[in-house]
Design a binder for this molecule. Structure first.
Ligand SMILES: Nc1ncnc2c1ncn2[C@@H]1O[C@H](COP(=O)(O)OP(=O)(O)OP(=O)(O)O)[C@@H](O)[C@H]1O
Length: 331
C-alpha cells in the first residue's frame, strides 16, 4: 500500500490576485501564482518587503479575501468551498490592535473567548492560562490603554489563541516594536508554538525574525515565491563563506589585488567594490590567511579583513537580485 504522507496544515497552489488600478490605471498584480505547503506543528515564515504580497496571501488563507485563481486548503478545508470550517480552525492576528483599550487585559480575553463560543468558566480558565504564558498576569487587571506596545501586541496574540486554533496566522507580529520588546515577543512565540502544538504562518519583513523563529521559510518577491527551505539550507546553498578585504589604497591597488587573488585560485565570485575586495571560499578561515599572504607578497597593504557565514541577506540578494530593504513601519 502506498504511504500516505501527513497532509499539510496549509497548502496554497498557484494563487493569483489582482487589485483594480482605478482611474484607467492598469491593475496591480499582488499574487502571480504563489504556491507553498506547511507541515503541521511547525512555524513557517513568509519573508519579503512591503508590497511583496504577504498580507494578500494571509488574507486569502484566512478567508478574508478571495483569490482570482488557484487553490488553498487550511487544516484540511478548502478556503473557497468551506470558509466557515476554515474560520473555526484558525486564529488570525492582524497588524492592527484588536483589544479594547478601555477594558482590562483579562476582560478582553474572556470576551474574545465568549465570542468564539467558549463557556464562561472555560473562557476564564483559558484567559488565566494565556496571561501566564505571555507573562501578563501582573498586568491582567489593568486597562489595556496603560500597556506598552509590546504588552498590547502579546495580548492580541493571546486573543487569537483563546479558542485553541490549529493554525495561527501572525501578520508581522513585531512591526513597530522596539528591539527589546521584539526579542521578548520572539521568546514568547517560541514557547507558545511548542506548548500549543500549533501550525503558525508568520509574515515578516525582518530577516532576523524569520531566521530565529521559522522551521522553514519562503522568500516572496513580486507575488511569487522565489526560494523556499530551512534557514540553514538557504544559507548553505550559497556555498561558502564571504571573505572581505579592505585595501589601504584602493585607487592604486584594487585592480592588481583582484588579479593576484584570482590568479591564486583562493576565492571565487571576486568583486572589487570601492575599498573592499569581496569573494567566496568554501572554508573562509583557511582561505583568508593565504589571501593576505599573497597580497603582502605583492606589496598591497590591507587595513582589515573579515570572514562571515552567509546570512539571509545574502540569500535574499542572490534570489531577488536586489538588497533587502529593512523597512521600518511607523508604529
Ligand atoms: N485593497 C487593495 N487595493 C489595491 N491594491 C492593493 C490592495 N491591497 C494590496 N494591494 C497591492 O497589492 C500588492 C501586494 O500587497 P500586500 O499588502 O499583499 O503586500 P505585503 O507583502 O503584505 O506588504 P506589507 O508588508 O506592506 O503588508 C501591493 O502592490 C499593494 O499595493
Amino acid at each position: 500500500m502506498a504511504h500516505n504522507p501527513t497532509p499539510a496544515a496549509i497548502e496554497a497552489g498557484g494563487l493569483t490576485k489582482s487589485y483594480p488600478g482605478g482611474r484607467g490605471k492598469p491593475p496591480t498584480r499582488a499574487l502571480a501564482g504563489l504556491s507553498f505547503a506547511v507541515e503541521p506543528g511547525t512555524i513557517f515564515g513568509l519573508l519579503g518587503p512591503n508590497g511583496a504580497g504577504k498580507s494578500t496571501t494571509v488574507r486569502i488563507l484566512a478567508t478574508l479575501a478571495t483569490a482570482d485563481s488557484g487553490k488553498a486548503t487550511v487544516a484540511g478545508h478548502d478556503v473557497g468551498r468551506h470558509p466557515g470550517r476554515v474560520r473555526h480552525a484558525i486564529g488570525f492576528v492582524a497588524q492592527k490592535q484588536v483589544s479594547d483599550p478601555m477594558d482590562t487585559g483579562r476582560e478582553n480575553l474572556v470576551l474574545a473567548g465568549r465570542l468564539q463560543g467558549l463557556s464562561g468558566p472555560a473562557a476564564r480558565a483559558r484567559a488565566t492560562e494565556l496571561l501566564e504564558r505571555f507573562s501578563l498576569t501582573d498586568a491582567a487587571g489593568r486597562l489595556v490603554k496603560t500597556y506598552s506596545g509590546g504588552m498590547a501586541r502579546k495580548l492580541d496574540v493571546a486573543i487569537g489563541l483563546m479558542h485553541r486554533p490549529r493554525v495561527l496566522f501572525l501578520d508581522e507580529p513585531t512591526t513597530g516594536l522596539d528591539p527589546e520588546a521584539r526579542a521578548d515577543m520572539w521568546a514568547e512565540l517560541e514557547g507558545m508554538a511548542r506548548a500549543e502544538e500549533m501550525t503558525v504562518l508568520l509574515t515578516t519583513h525582518y530577516l532576523e525574525e524569520a531566521d530565529r523563529l521559522a522551521r522553514r521559510l519562503a522568500i516572496v518577491d513580486k507575488g511569487r515565491i522565489v526560494v523556499e527551505g530551512t534557514p540553514g539550507e538557504l544559507k548553505d546553498a550559497l556555498h561558502g563563506d564571504a571573505v572581505v578585504v579592505e585595501l589601504a589604497d584602493p585607487a592604486r591597488d584594487a585592480g592588481r589585488a583582484r588579479e593576484v587573488v584570482a590568479g591564486a585560485g583562493l576565492l571565487r565570485e571576486i568583486l572589487a567594490d570601492g575599498r573592499f575586495l569581496r569573494g567566496r571560499a568554501d572554508a573562509g578561515g583557511t582561505a583568508l590567511p593565504a589571501v593576505l599572504a599573497r597580497l603582502e607578497a605583492a606589496g598591497i597593504a590591507v587595513v582589515s579583513a573579515t570572514v562571515a557565514r552567509p546570512s539571509l541577506d545574502d540569500v535574499y540578494l542572490r534570489h531577488t537580485g536586489h538588497v533587502f530593504a529593512q523597512l521600518e513601519v511607523a508604529a
